[in-house]
Design a protein around this ligand. Structure first.
Ligand code: PEP
Ligand code: MG
Length: 294
């Protein structure tokens, strides 16, 4: 049965109303990328670049990071890939950066905050990713965005990377789109302001739930509070999706709820056009979508 599901999974999903839903993969390694293709992924909705640094004790140089990203893009071929910029801090220590757990904890300088505070590192990563993008379809996405001003700063950084590569005559491809994760409740509530400056948004429901419930996602003692069916999260998703739809900004989901069979119908009903899930979840998510009533 699994084999039949997998064979069917390679085809794109079109809902009875004609909307195409992309079912894409969350990846963090070459093995994940291969599993994504094997399971019929329409692309990658979340390449967690911090996972590429897991076994490094120093931060890679631009050429090395470029080669690491390119190796993954080669596996994906011409499928669209969303490269998430480094998400350091919070639950993601990144050994190579030796981060202080408090300063860079869940409420500290993490995600895009860290990148904007370290412009050289941000440029290194952007240049590496844009160089790796030649011949592929790549968008970049920032983690842990709280306010629209951070997105303006991100766009300026992307423009700067493009300009520097251009000036040097280095081969690169500008990102197809510049998007942001919505994983901070403030960003979800003021999504209209963020959508005005982002090409797309992607809901990081894992962190969003944790911050909304004031419950640490790594602490099993408070795991019950992280129920994805909770009233507050569901209302926040309603508001967030309504704002993105009103702005005409594409909205994806890349947190765990995107792969939950009982959440998928509600997400697409809210106008979500892309679900990014663990590679092994793709066949079942596509099956659920294909079985949705007219
Ligand atoms: C999330 O927070 O939902 C997410 C997809 O990102 P990560 O799990 O890598 O923090
Ligand atoms: Mg997150």
């Amino acid at each position: 049965e699994r084999a039949a599901l997998t064979a069917l999974a390679a085809a794109p999903v079109v809902l009875p109303d004609g909307r195409e839903i992309a079912v894409v993969a969350n990846v963090g390694s070459l093995a994940d990328a291969r599993a994504a293709v094997a399971n019929g992924a329409d692309g990658v909705g979340l390449l967690r670049t911090e996972l590429l640094l897991l076994d490094r004790d120093t931060f890679p140089d631009e050429d090395t990071h470029c080669a690491d990203v390119r190796a993954i893009l080669e596996v994906l071929g011409d499928r669209p890939v969303v490269v998430r910029l480094l998400d350091a801090g919070g639950d993601k220590p990144v050994t190579a950066l030796a981060l202080d757990p408090v300063q860079h904890g869940f409420l500290g300088v993490r995600g895009l905050r860290y990148l904007l505070a370290h412009p050289d590192l941000l440029q290194l990563q952007l240049r590496a990713v844009l160089r790796a993008s030649v011949g592929h379809r790549v968008s970049v996405m920032a983690p842990m965005v709280s306010v629209a001003a951070e997105v303006h700063a991100l766009r300026a950084a992307v423009d700067r990377a493009v300009a520097s590569l251009d000036a040097e005559g280095v081969a690169f491809a500008a990102p197809e789109q510049v998007g942001v994760m919505i994983e901070v409740p403030a960003a979800a509530l003021a999504a209209d302001e963020i959508c005005a400056v982002a090409d797309f948004v992607s809901v990081g429901s894992n962190d969003l739930t944790g911050y909304l419930m004031a419950a640490d996602r790594t602490n099993p003692e408070v795991a019950d509070l992280l129920d994805p069916h909770g009233t507050a999260l569901q209302r926040l998703l309603d508001q967030l999706c309504a704002q993105a739809n009103a702005a005409g900004t594409p909205i994806a989901v890349c947190g765990e709820i995107a792969g939950m069979v009982d959440q998928v119908p509600g997400l697409v009903a809210r106008g979500v056009h892309e679900l990014s899930v663990a590679p092994a979840r793709i066949p079942e998510v596509k099956q659920v979508l294909r079985a949705l009533p007219v």
